[in-house]
Design a protein around this ligand. Structure first.
Ligand SMILES: Nc1ncnc2c1ncn2[C@@H]1O[C@H](COP(=O)(O)OP(=O)(O)OP(=O)(O)O)[C@@H](O)[C@H]1O
Length: 236
């Protein structure tokens, strides 16, 4: 196996109220979309925050194969500066990722077109709908063509057109060699874009799903219920 975009080994992070992530291993290769699925509270966001260094692990290691300027994420992102327009927000985000001043206008225009934000380009962020705020966050995460992408539930507020735009954008980034980690509750959507699907439950990886499977929802619940059953047996 070649160089990895993301590698996490034996990651542990315990919260006062219980376990967030308990001994997780995960890797993302360059050129693939790797999806994380799991029920609410399974540990997806915690894992992503650990990968991005937003949260300190109790133990375990994380390696990201790109400098910050070549990474993009939408984990815990606010929706931009509320008083700045879409264009201004994206310009700031691009400059912060080191996009040269000479090409920043072109990069921002490309991101606005890619996420379908043309009609909102001069609108202040605070006046955007929730779905368009999510598009703005995604545009900021994608516009500098990062080599490593970490997106937490990127379609949660998107309309069907937005879902298609994002799908196209992520498949393009992966085809160009980026490593993409994405969490989602939309199993059908995940099956369309992911090369690998990892299922997590109660802070641990419990298995994987075949993106080409005929009934991915059934396979998902089979894994989750088996894990819950074995958890109950351990407790009894
Ligand atoms: N800051 C925190 N303090 C205490 N517990 C936390 C904190 N952050 C997360 N947790 C706990 O860690 C577990 C995993 O939460 P996490 O947000 O990672 O789940 P998730 O899989 O992203 O869920 P969802 O699908 O609902 O977004 C949950 O039990 C949650 O309550």
């Amino acid at each position: 196996m070649g160089e990895l975009a993301i590698r996490a080994e034996r990651l542990v992070r315990t919260f006062p109220g219980g376990v967030g992530v308990r001994g997780m291993d995960l890797d993302v290769e360059y050129g693939e979309v790797h999806a994380l699925v799991g029920l609410n509270g399974a540990g997806k966001t915690t894992l992503m925050r650990l990968l991005l260094g937003m949260l300190r692990a109790d133990s375990g290691t994380v390696a990201i194969g790109a400098p910050w300027s070549e990474a993009g994420h939408t984990v815990d992102e606010p929706f931009g500066y509320p008083d700045l327009t879409t264009i201004a927000n994206l310009t700031v985000a691009a400059r912060l990722r080191g996009v040269p001043r000479a090409v920043v206008g072109e990069v921002v225009a490309g991101a606005i077109a890619e996420l379908g934000l043309q009609a909102y380009a001069t609108r202040r962020a605070r006046a955007l709908s929730q779905g368009n705020r999510q598009r703005l966050n995604l545009a900021a995460a994608l516009q500098h063509n990062p080599r490593v992408l970490i997106l937490d539930e990127p379609t949660s507020a998107l309309d069907p057109r937005g879902v298609i735009l994002l799908r196209t954008a992520l498949l393009r980034r992966a085809a160009e060699g980026a490593g993409v980690l994405v969490s989602s509750h939309h199993l059908d959507e995940v099956a369309r874009i992911a090369d690998r699907i990892t299922v997590i439950s109660h802070g641990a990886v419990i298995g994987s799903l075949d993106p080409g499977g005929t009934d991915i929802e059934r396979d998902f619940f089979a894994l989750v219920l088996a894990e819950e059953e074995s958890g109950r047996e351990r407790m009894s």
